[in-house]
Ligand binder design. Structure first.
Ligand code: R5P
Length: 291
């Protein structure tokens, strides 16, 4: 009898396959058809464990399509498995974790109800934007960090007097952890975002980075605005090369190109979102959280 099965959604197929191997589970793939009107039709291919199953699916764009596919797979798997763990390598909507302006919907609250309702008994996320998002869930949750995996990659590069930089104060702890792993120092810039327009601005006046290679660390890159502003500021301060380390590289539209144009040497991200920059594999870290 299959003790553990890993069901991978289309958005996390490669990561799901790697994970299944690492936890020695039966791999169940999903066959997905998206109809012209946008509806998803999913067929699971393989034997689902009656005991425990892990459904792996990120929800990067198309966010709502990938989200409904995750919920649908969980619901189907729950018909067979008594325990269903939802591994969400990239959790979309995580920035909507509180009411910043009156009347705003806290979408993370809605997700908490949806995942419970679908049949998940536990959520595992990787570097969720903020732990506040997980507080809305009434089922078990766990956030795991990809920082050690990213740090292993950067330790192998030969960098000149490197320094870790967070583009904002919100990422200070992340930068601190990265710096600890790399046994180097860190700083955090002051970033201000206009809540209405989304425009970002660096408020820090001066930093001592002359000639130093910098690693800008963030949980995610969406439009690239945060990274571009930070890089322009750091370049003015006469730093050396700027590398970017992030867990989730959404890189919307031509964000990758714009970031390079601002002076970034390389963007390194993880496979929570597959893409050109996702060179760091987090399957081992997720596997450790499951077994
Ligand atoms: C914000 O607090 C996050 O940690 C990221 O810095 C932000 O979401 C990145 O978005 P963008 O690339 O659009 O600036």
């Amino acid at each position: 009898m299959t003790k553990l099965s890993v069901i991978c959604g289309k958005a996390s197929e490669d990561l799901g396959e790697k994970l299944a191997k690492k936890v020695n589970a039966n791999l169940v793939k999903s066959d997905v058809r998206v109809f012209p009107d946008g509806e998803s039709k999913i067929t699971l291919k393989g034997n689902i464990s009656k005991i425990k199953s892990v459904v792996v699916q990120s929800f990067y764009p198309p966010v709502d399509t990938n989200l409904i596919q995750a919920l649908s797979m969980i619901s189907k798997v729950k018909e067979t498995s008594s325990e269903v763990i939802a591994v969400i390598p990239y959790m979309g909507y995580a920035r909507q974790d509180r009411e910043f302006l009156p009347g705003e919907v806290i979408t993370m609250k809605v997700l908490a109800k949806l995942f419970k309702g679908a049949g998940a008994s536990k959520i595992i996320a990787v570097d969720i934007h903020s732990l506040i998002g997980l507080k809305h869930f009434t089922i078990k949750t766990k956030n795991i960090s990809a920082i050690p995996d990213l740090a292993i990659y950067f330790k192998k590069l030969s960098l000149k007097n490197p320094l870790i930089v967070s583009p904002d104060q919100g990422g200070k702890e992340r930068a601190k952890e990265f710096a600890k792993q790399m046994e180097i120092d860190y700083i955090a810039l002051d970033k201000k975002r206009d809540r209405k327009t989304g425009k970002v601005e660096i408020k820090t006046k001066k930093v001592d980075v002359v000639g130093r290679d910098l690693i800008l660390v963030d949980d995610m890159i969406s439009t690239g605005g945060s990274i571009i502003n930070a890089t322009k500021f750091l370049k003015k301060e006469k730093c050396g090369r700027v590398f970017v380390a992030c867990t989730h590289a959404l890189l919307m539209n031509d964000a990758g190109k714009k970031i390079k144009k601002s002076g970034v040497t390389k963007i390194v991200s993880t496979n929570t979102i597959p893409g050109k920059t996702s060179i760091v594999d987090v399957s081992n870290t997720i596997a450790k959280a499951i077994v």
